[in-house]
Design a protein around this ligand. Structure first.
Ligand SMILES: Nc1nc2c(ncn2[C@@H]2O[C@H](COP(=O)(O)OP(=O)(O)OP(=O)(O)O)[C@@H](O)[C@H]2O)c(=O)[nH]1
Ligand SMILES: [Mg+2]
Length: 271
């Protein structure tokens, strides 16, 4: 259809000219009971922030009608064929376009109403911001006893020991990352250990990682968690061991060897 004289034709996708500031990204596998509620909650929070935003649901091969429900609630749905929490999030984040990405599970366990706090830290220059459920609030029955008092604290302590930083909840699913940091990090994990890899890699390359208190609710779905505590715990541990072993150690400069601190003259060799 020809446009009226003097009027600038609208592009097919306004997004291409004016990308969203915030992308809320959710990994989803068979979450028909809850995904629409999560999308609505995230859209409500974006509206309250008054920022241009999008909600992207990464669907990991759901056999229920998660996709249709997510779309119906106003999300853009991206199909991610490679299975696993990490693969699903990587696919969906890569397909999202915001300058800041906030991610959280599609099972209503996180309160997307809290996303403003994460965005505020990203806007303040933080590269990665991780929720901490222990500093926030854990609703009764929302986290199994062994995860709360053993698995999470121990694995997070190992993470701090190996990679530094102060993150107290390495496995929190509500977190944020700037697009710039995301593009630099190049994460590879496909499973739940993706959560650990993001924090560990960011610390290894010297990024600014902060945490904020968040709330964990009882999830709203009728089926079992996808998490398999022993298998997933071991995957976190194995990944941390591999990353710590392969990370370049900082070069120690001895006081009596000041020459190492001086810039090299072009063509000169250092022994
Ligand atoms: N574990 C897992 N989660 C997936 C996968 N693909 C997408 N997801 C989504 O990732 C999110 C996290 O999965 P959950 O089963 O809630 O795992 P969790 O939050 O670590 O464990 P709980 O605390 O027991 O809920 C949910 O939104 C899932 O739908 C997958 O292949 N495996
Ligand atoms: Mg969950």
């Amino acid at each position: 259809m020809a446009s009226a004289p003097g009027r600038v034709p609208r592009p097919a996708h306004d997004d291409e000219l004016d990308p969203p500031l915030i992308s809320v990204v959710m990994p989803c596998l068979d979450e028909a009971a809850t995904v629409a509620g999560c999308v609505a909650e995230a859209r409500g929070a974006l509206g309250r922030l008054g920022s241009r935003g999008e909600v992207v649901v990464g669907d990991n091969g759901s056999r229920d009608d998660s996709r249709e429900r997510a779309r119906g609630a106003g999300a853009r749905v991206v199909d991610v064929p490679e299975r696993g929490y990490g693969a699903c999030l990587r696919g969906a984040i890569t397909a999202s376009r915001g300058r800041f990405v906030v991610m959280g599970d599609a099972d209503l366990s996180y309160d997307f109403g809290e996303l403003g706090v994460l965005v505020e830290r990203l806007e303040a220059g933080c590269d990665v911001v991780v929720g901490n459920r222990f500093l926030g609030r854990i609703e009764s029955g929302a986290m199994p006893f062994m995860h709360r008092y053993l698995g999470n604290p121990v694995l997070s302590a190992v993470g701090r020991l190996l990679f530094g930083g102060a993150a107290g909840d390495f496995h929190c699913g509500l977190r944020g990352i700037s697009r710039e940091a995301w593009n630099r990090l190049e994460l590879h994990s496909t499973g739940m250990e993706f959560a650990t890899e993001m924090i560990a890699r960011a610390l290894q390359v010297g990024m600014r990682v902060e945490e904020v208190p968040v709330t964990l609710r009882r999830d709203g779905r009728g089926h079992r968690s996808h998490l398999r505590p022993v298998r997933d715990g071991l995957r976190h541990l194995r990944l941390m061991a591999r990353m710590a072993a392969s990370s370049p150690r900082p070069v120690k400069v001895r006081a009596e060897d000041p020459d190492r601190l001086r810039p090299r003259a072009p063509g000169s060799q250092r022994t």
